[in-house]
Design a protein around this ligand. Structure first.
Ligand code: GLN
Length: 410
């Protein structure tokens, strides 16, 4: 029994992407993800709410209203796959498929106290999934345990001739958690970026992160603090590049080829303008405007191309760290889920993606696993590994999870 984020095409079922633009859109075909879960015998329970076109980190930008956090209904579930995380955390679905462009599978998993996995870029076909930013997007899986999320991941991986960027991933296919050696974490090299330790993390995020570090050490891991200087530019770089990809991707929603069409118009230009004006929400419009602006002829050199160079430097930083280490360890989010009614600025919400975005920048596999704590909310811990070595972070997370002797379904 599983749920699918509502940006994944399921034949003959509505796919809204959380937008008025696609309120009445019915997918005429199955995405490769839907095809695979159907073939595996899954019962698809439904589609889940999301931030409009996956742009957000709260599930508050959905045209269809907020999703609440099942652990505390006054709080956000995270986003953009907040509906998927809530469906698992509330035991409505056993597992769920989300998508992750800058953290949208891992961050809601962390806010809802479950496991979220974003595999190496290209492991799973994106065919039939509404694109946000082509070079960042990856489907991801969620479940109550590493084992649940991995079982679903194993069904989804594979090369697909319908998506030229899909490569498959043998490291995931060969994962065998049932027969995993208890001492797997022994002598594993773990890197923690220095800037993460110097940050002002909210509530008990730092203390829980320190508890996680200690646990990894107790299990035999060797922790080293390393300097990754370019990580401090990750948010700015991400928003320039992602908006640069979003703006052209959203061009297809014009009321003609796809999406809502306005009722009254005098010219084709007016039809486009009114259809898009009525169909898109505020966050989507903002990103289209920024994307179009920074890609315009005289500015592209200063913004888009410069950001591409910085992406290269961030990727180099990550690759250097991962050459000598098995994975990078961090919290998933610098804060715990906040109030649904909070008026936190969008920049503050953007800043909170600083731990999840590097993996999307470099195409690395990354997962979030909850630290068990008693008051119902848990801090998510993130493991980011080498491309196409997803098995390493998944195996380590499984050992970590098991070491708590914590029955997550209780
Ligand atoms: N929160 C990030 C953003 O707003 C990531 C979204 C995502 O991964 N889809 O862009």
């Amino acid at each position: 029994p599983l749920s699918l984020k509502d940006n994944i095409s399921l034949k003959d079922v509505r796919m809204t992407c959380g937008s008025k633009m696609l309120e009445n859109y019915i997918s005429p075909y199955d995405s490769s993800v839907s095809k695979k879960v159907k073939e595996a015998g899954a019962v698809i329970l439904g589609k889940t709410n999301m931030d409009e076109f996956a742009m957000g980190a709260t599930t508050r930008s959905s045209y269809f209203g907020y999703t609440k956090n099942p652990l505390n209904t006054k709080l956000v579930p995270g986003g953009s796959s907040g509906g998927s995380a809530a469906s698992v955390a509330s035991n409505t679905a056993l597992v769920s498929v989300g998508t992750d462009t800058g953290g949208s599978t891992r961050q809601p998993a962390s806010y809802c106290g479950i496991v979220g996995i974003k595999p190496t870029y290209g492991s799973i076909s994106r065919y039939g999934i509404s694109t946000m930013a082509n070079t960042f997007d990856s489907p991801g899986t969620m479940g109550h345990s590493v084992e649940d999320a991995t079982s679903l991941l194993k069904i989804l991986v594979g090369r697909d001739k319908l998506d030229a960027t899909s490569l498959g991933n043998e490291s995931i296919e060969k994962i065998d958690l049932k027969n995993l050696d208890e001492t797997y974490l022994k002598n594993k090299k773990i890197a923690i970026p220095k800037i993460y330790m110097e940050m002002d993390l909210k509530e008990n995020v730092m203390s829980e992160f320190e508890r996680a570090i200690k646990k990894f050490q107790d299990l035999g891991g060797e922790v080293e603090i390393i300097d990754l200087p370019y990580l401090k530019y990750v948010i700015e770089t991400y928003h320039i590049l992602v908006n640069g990809e979003i703006a052209p991707n959203m061009a297809r929603f014009d009321g003609l080829r796809f999406g809502h069409r306005t009722k009254e118009y005098g010219s084709i230009e007016e039809m486009y303008r009114k259809s898009r004006g009525e169909g898109f929400g505020k966050e989507v419009k903002k990103r289209i405007m920024i994307g179009t602006h920074i890609l315009s002829l005289d500015l592209a050199e200063d913004y888009y191309y410069k950001a591409l160079k910085v992406r290269g430097l961030i990727k180099r930083d990550m690759d250097m760290a991962l050459k000598d280490h098995d994975f990078i360890l961090s919290p998933t989010s610098p804060m715990l889920p906040f109030e649904l009614e909070s008026n936190m600025s969008s920049v503050e919400v953007y800043q909170a993606d600083m731990f999840t975005i590097p993996a999307n920048m470099a195409g690395c596999p990354s997962l979030s696993i909850p630290m068990p704590i008693k008051d119902g909310l848990s801090v998510g811990i993130e493991l980011t590994g080498k491309r196409f070595k997803d098995d390493v972070i998944i195996n380590c997370a499984h050992i970590f999870e098991r070491s708590f002797k914590w029955n997550i379904r209780q």
